[in-house]
Design a protein around this ligand. Structure first.
Ligand code: NAD
Length: 330
């Protein structure tokens, strides 16, 4: 089985080579992203393997179908970058529904602690032998209320971590998890109550039409003054312009962003020698209370192993049986 692998990074290869060899799948690694201009590289391959910032729109799907490519194996959980309705009947879309939820949840907590304890500031200061503490005052997480939107695999691990810190949890999910609400320290509430009562809000729901810009000017207005927003899920859950205004007006106390709506042309690449064209991102990054990481929450050794193994198994299962338990259905 030959698979065209798009948007390859050096850290992808060891685990995919290992499991590819084990299961008889050969990968041709392309550094370029999958889009309308590059889809022709998949000519002659049995399938393509894509990641979060590849563009799998109508045109890409039609070209893949014309070239006889039967399967699109996403090496991620989210599939908001695939036009699923158009893919139906043309190409089978497989994904990795779960891979170390700990990687993402732990990164969310790492961002939160860094931000509220000003570790990012302290690190730079002490490298310059500036041991002043002025401006580094943080606050205890113990006793604070965290609002968790999306209580799936990652959201629930994040809740466990927050409980370890002695925080109270207000949760919201379109499909609440049975047995999670204990009527005391973890309670499901409506979104408005979550906004009004949370000191910290962390997003762990998928990006859908319903959740697009779930944090916008009007929902930020409903939040507590000084709220800390964490987004390790998908960039477009947050209206970045509204967030910037919220930071400027001091309504938002801090923002921890591992994802950004317009990240696809920027994240995962070294742009240090380029002029930053995105004024909103540049302004957000310039804020002392905003921390941006470039979609790295998943990046642990354990998660990379899980992702490669599941992706390879998905491909083999589909090629051998014509079906796959991890196929994304419309
Ligand atoms: P999951 O499917 O286990 O959980 C998602 C939860 O969101 C579910 O409980 C679901 O009911 C809920 N949900 C669906 N629609 C909702 C809505 N309208 N409002 C509120 N909740 C809703 O997924 P997961 O594994 O926990 O992953 C969560 C998200 O994290 C993924 O969708 C993905 O976008 C993101 N993610 C980011 C990274 C990263 O590196 N930053 C890595 C993996 C996943």
């Amino acid at each position: 089985m030959k698979i065209a692998f798009f948007d390859t990074k050096p850290y992808d290869k060891p685990s995919f080579d290992k499991y590819g060899k084990e299961y008889g799948v050969t990968f041709k690694y392309f550094e370029t992203k999958l889009n309308e201009d590059t889809v022709y590289l998949a000519q002659g391959y049995d399938g393509v393997c894509a990641f979060v910032n590849d563009t799998i729109n109508e045109a890409v799907i039609d070209h893949l179908e014309e070239m006889g490519v039967k399967v699109l194996a996403l090496r991620c959980a989210g599939f908001n970058n695939v036009d699923l309705k158009h893919a139906y009947g043309k190409i089978h879309v497989l994904r990795v529904p779960a891979y170390s939820p700990y990687a993402v949840a732990e990164h969310a907590m790492a961002l939160l602690l860094t931000s509220i304890r000003r570790i990012h500031k302290a690190y730079i200061r002490s490298r310059d032998f500036n041991f002043s503490l002025s401006g580094l005052t943080g606050f205890d997480l113990y006793g604070k209320t965290v609002g968790v939107i999306g209580t799936g695999r990652i959201g629930r691990v994040f809740i466990d971590i927050c409980r370890g810190f002695g925080m109270k949890v207000l949760a919201y999910d379109k499909f609440p998890a049975e047995g999670l609400d204990n009527g005391d320290t973890i309670r499901y509430v409506e979104l408005d109550e979550l906004f009004a009562k949370s000191d910290i809000i962390s997003l762990h729901c998928p990006l859908t039409e319903e959740t697009h810009h779930i944090m916008n000017a009007s929902t930020l207005e409903k939040c507590k003054k000084g709220v800390v927003l964490i987004n390790t899920s998908r960039g477009a859950l947050v209206d970045a312009e509204a967030l910037l205004l919220g930071i400027k007006s001091r309504k938002v106390g801090a923002a921890c962003l591992d994802v950004y709506e317009e990240e696809s042309d920027l994240f995962f690449e070294d742009n240090s020698g380029h002029i930053m064209e995105d004024d909103t991102l540049a302004r957000l990054i310039s804020m002392p209370n905003v921390i941006v990481t470039s979609h790295q929450a998943f990046l642990t050794e354990e998660a990379l192993e899980n992702i490669a193994q599941t992706t390879v198994k998905n491909i083999v299962e589909f090629m051998e049986t014509g079906q796959c338990q991890n196929e994304v259905m419309v």
